[in-house]
Design a protein around this ligand. Structure first.
Ligand SMILES: Nc1ncnc2c1ncn2[C@@H]1O[C@H](COP(=O)(O)OP(=O)(O)OP(=O)(O)O)[C@@H](O)[C@H]1O
Length: 255
């Protein structure tokens, strides 16, 4: 299996009016093609910064990183798909046009692009909603459309930044089952950021635990539940034990 992402002592320092903020400190991490990795850590530890560097929205300030053989920070585009906490669909476009946006921002969509977008909408059960506007869909359906939008240009890496954080627990569980299926069907490499330890354990093959700011990797925990995950997993002792193992990193030690 080949390595898709390789970070070597990567740092990120934000220069602000009131001094430097060290967001990431010496992040060394390799992610194989097809792997599903979750990153958990306390608020402000640099999780979103890490995703933004992978997406080329932010530049690292030290160390080095490679994504798909190309150096991070160079002139790359189009090789990641990103899903945010809010679906951020454009209200004046229908769902199909929203899904096609990463393509149409660059060029005219071809018939193949439209077929690919419709195929993705079918995969997430939204075929009937292709011609609807975002406000006609529930929050969970909008997030599914946002996942389709992140995948339509066939990115090598799917980045999920708290994608279901704003949804109710039941919808969230169902969407996690769906994300697992989408990941298995598309064979994508995925990096998920979440505040939910059970969500990380449910979806990922590895959970990366980060320290409070400045963000460092303090644990890299394999999750040995195979590729296919079902909600039954949530009730197993093995699931509870792994979740507890990760939670212990965040317990506030009494003085
Ligand atoms: N554009 C910026 N300029 C200055 N500082 C920033 C900027 N973006 C983030 N930071 C700082 O960098 C640190 C890491 O922020 P980041 O958003 O990556 O953390 P996070 O782990 O994703 O947090 P949360 O879990 O609360 O979303 C924080 O201290 C934040 O204030």
């Amino acid at each position: 299996m080949s390595t898709l992402v390789e970070l070597d002592r990567l740092d990120k320092v934000y220069a602000t009016g009131t001094g430097d903020v060290v967001a990431l400190d010496g992040i060394t991490l390799a992610i194989d093609e097809g792997e599903f990795v979750a990153v958990v850590g306390p608020s402000g530890c640099g999780k979103t910064t890490l995703l933004k560097i992978l997406a080329n929205i932010e530049q690292h300030t030290g160390g080095a990183g490679i994504l798909g053989g190309k150096e991070l920070g160079g002139n790359r585009s189009g090789d990641v798909g990103m899903v945010f906490q809010k679906a951020t669909l454009l209200p004046w476009l229908d769902i199909l046009a929203n899904v096609l946006l990463p393509v149409t921002l660059k060029r005219r969509a071809t018939r193949q692009d439209t077929a690919a977008a419709l195929g993705l909408l079918e995969m997430v059960g939204l075929s009937e909603f292709a011609r609807k506007r975002p406000h006609e869909l529930s929050g969970g359906m909008q997030q599914r459309a946002a996942i389709c939008r992140a995948l339509v240009h066939e990115p090598s890496l799917l980045l999920l930044d708290e994608p279901f954080g704003a949804l109710d627990a039941m919808t969230r569980d169902q969407l996690n089952v769906e994300v697992n299926r989408i990941w298995r069907e598309t064979h994508k490499t995925a990096v998920l950021i979440t505040h939910s330890i059970p969500e990380a354990v449910f979806l990922a093959e590895r959970v990366i635990v980060m320290s409070p700011r400045p963000g460092r990797i303090i644990a890299d925990i394999p999750i040995p539940f195979g590729k296919e995950r079902t909600l039954d997993l949530l009730g197993t002792p093995e699931f509870a034990a792994l979740s507890a193992q990760i939670r212990r990193f965040f317990e506030v030690k009494a003085a």
